[in-house]
Design a protein around this ligand. Structure first.
Ligand code: MLT
Length: 404
């Protein structure tokens, strides 16, 4: 008789955003007359920028012509895209990352779930709490997290680094030394971040302790402050301790197009073993490359026109962030984030739990957000709103919230 991967049985409930979608569907089926504004999942709403659309059309035409048709993409990504990334995301910021250290993928969610595969099951992970659920859940599936305590909502073998208003949402070095440290900066879900010199301390800590940092920089395009690093490789010594995950979803509106990349520097080694070689082996075996049309779209992100259009798109969403933040403050809420990231993190009012506030907001304002506790126990009593809605919906949602 076959056996299943028992680790999957340990996962509590369903994926956070699936649970929310189910709850909202139940509510809207029971209340078909209500117009619901969704500021829950961080999904973009604005159309893909014109120069990117033009690049995709062009690539589609190429696929319909025998002379320019492409089959399987190179498994690590087309050279034209890897070079554009190396030049614009790294060389332009004085980071010494070469094109062949970049692995193109179908998005940062897959990479952040898959990257743990190249590490031993004995490794201990450390995560910020609250945290993007994929990091923990993918380690649960791999059998790296021990047992789950439903009371504390914690795993016995995970090191949690609480990020709350008490420590200004800055993770502290844990008492127990981790092997793998997940950092998402600017942060999802809190929308806060740390300075470049604080990040440098993490790089030094990882190098000193033989730990690896999995650095999720999906929201780097939203950074507005000068002392915040766009890439971990802006820090000295990061190439010997850090893997960086990047996404086109939020900076270029590709949530439905799918494109991302991971940087694994050649200097990153465990003894003599190269993590770059391992990830190349994994990618080559399990992935057949992001589509040509999508990689051409990615290349257009770095064109002059693409850059200008995307600057405007990011500004549009950040204007929403400001609207939410100021609107909530006016209404008496305590709010965080929204300056270097498109998420607003608020304290729930009247001691409500995160899920109580979710229900309250859904039923009384018909606005959907994300309960902070869904991201981890230290998220209890907090709530996340995304700036990725349309401006009109953002304004309307705030009007409704202010009336509560
Ligand atoms: C979020 O809402 O946290 C993100 O959009 C989810 C994701 O990027 O997978």
């Amino acid at each position: 008789m076959f056996k299943v991967n028992d680790n999957y049985q340990k996962l509590p409930g369903s994926y956070l955003f699936s649970t929310i979608a189910k709850k909202v569907n139940t509510y809207s089926t029971a209340n078909p007359d209500k117009s619901i504004i969704r500021l829950g999942i961080g999904d973009v709403t604005q159309p893909i920028a014109p120069s990117i659309i033009a690049a995709m059309h062009n690539a589609v035409d190429e696929m319909g012509n025998a002379a320019t048709f492409r089959g399987y993409a190179p498994d690590l990504g087309y050279e034209f895209l890897r070079s554009a990334i190396a030049k614009n995301d790294y060389a332009a910021r004085c980071c010494d990352i070469s094109a062949d250290e970049i692995f193109v993928s179908d998005g940062a969610k897959s990479d952040s779930g898959n990257i743990q595969e190249i590490f031993s099951v004995d490794n201990k992970i450390a995560v910020c709490d609250p945290v993007y659920p994929v990091y923990v859940d993918s380690n649960v599936m791999a059998g790296r997290t021990g047992t789950y305590d439903p009371k504390t909502e914690m795993w016995s073998d995970v090191i949690y680094m609480p990020c709350t208003m008490e420590n200004n949402f800055v993770p502290e070095f844990p008492k127990e030394t981790p092997d793998i440290i997940y950092l998402c900066l600017p942060n999802n879900p809190t929308g806060t971040t740390i300075t470049k010199s604080q990040l440098q301390e993490w790089v030094d800590y990882a190098n000193k302790n033989g730990a690896v940092i999995i650095y999720d920089a999906a929201y780097e395009a939203y950074i507005s402050e000068d002392d915040v690093a766009h890439s971990i490789y802006e820090c000295e010594g990061a190439k010997t301790c850090a893997i960086e995950l990047r996404s086109f979803s939020k900076n270029a509106g590709f949530t439905g197009v799918r494109l991302g990349f991971t940087v694994v520097p050649k200097e990153l080694k465990c003894g003599d073993v190269s993590l770059h070689a391992m990830w190349a082996r994994r990618h080559g075996t399990k992935f057949n490359g992001a589509p040509y049309i999508v990689q051409r779209a990615g290349e257009a992100v770095y064109s002059d026109a693409g850059k200008a259009e995307l600057k405007q798109q990011v500004a549009y969403y950040m204007n929403n962030a400001k609207t939410i933040k100021e609107g909530l403050k006016d209404a008496g809420y305590t709010v965080f984030g929204g300056v270097n990231a498109p998420y607003i993190w608020l304290k729930t009012p009247d001691q409500m739990t995160s899920w109580e506030f979710f229900d309250y907001l859904l039923e009384n304002a018909n606005v959907v957000g994300t309960p902070g506790s869904g991201f981890g126990p230290s998220g209890e009593g907090y709530f996340r709103l995304t700036a990725f809605g349309s401006y009109e919906n953002t304004v309307a949602a705030l009007e409704r919230i202010k009336k509560l």
